[in-house]
Design a protein around this ligand. Sequence first.
Ligand code: NAD
Length: 268
Amino acid sequence: MSYNLLKGKRGIIFGALDENSIAWKTAELAHAEGATFVLTNAPIAMRMGTINELAEKTGSQIIPADATSLEDLQNLVSQSVEILGGKLDFVLHSIGMSVNVRKGKAYTDQNYDWTQKGWDVSAVSFHKVMQTLYKQDAMSEWGSILALTYMAAQRTFPDYNDMADNKAYLESIARSFGYFFGKDKKVRVNTISQSPTPTTAGQGVKGFDGFISYAEKMSPLGNATAQECAEYSITLFSDYTKKVTMQNLFHDGGFSNTGVSQEVIEKF
Ligand SMILES: NC(=O)c1ccc[n+]([C@@H]2O[C@H](COP(=O)([O-])OP(=O)(O)OC[C@H]3O[C@@H](n4cnc5c(N)ncnc54)[C@H](O)[C@@H]3O)[C@@H](O)[C@H]2O)c1
């Protein structure tokens, strides 16, 4: 099914690693809704993942870019505008990684080089992406920029580790840059705070299986899937959400406003 919500729109999609990735589902749906876009990921992810398959399916070109490298980002943005034949209408930042999480370092025993690396990849990269778009004046008026986040930015989930702090910083960047992008370019900037989702990044979090089941039981509508996240993202790229900006938007089946559910009470 398609509503042609993104007919004629151009964009860049960061972070499609494999078919489970939220960015993968978003790219498939953006294509079905009439958009053209460039796919990008870190050079190392190109070798690990299956992004070529997605590029073929959606008729897209791939431009590798490490999202922490300004040089890579500058090249990505200028090339994308050229390939797509005009300024961009949407950008999806779907990037996250903590070295401390990956290497099993506890929050109370951080390796700060790793903390810094994770912070750069997961949060500052969003600023770098936007600063590059801003300076190159690469966004169309009423364009839409979106990043993905998690509720550990507001409430403590012990195993989420330093990603919690990275997400708090990411959400703050969306608000701060959202002001300037709104005033100067009429572009909106938001974050979607998504349910736990079985992807490579999600499953890297310790105790993920128990946690995703808990969230499912705590959410009146159940966990939001990657596909549903893609659907929500498309609405935020469409012309029907023009005045939504500087928001952190919960997409979690009601989890964030639920104190306790009947199912969880019954477990005790
Ligand atoms: N999976 C979940 O439970 C969940 C929940 C809420 C929010 N999120 C967020 O959704 C986003 C997408 O993650 P996902 O769950 O689809 O997992 P994923 O592992 O499929 O995607 C993460 C992506 O980040 C990319 N990446 C890592 N380092 C990079 C770098 N230096 N430059 C460019 N790209 C880099 C990876 O290659 C990968 O494609 C992340 O921001 C994640 O934190 C995920």
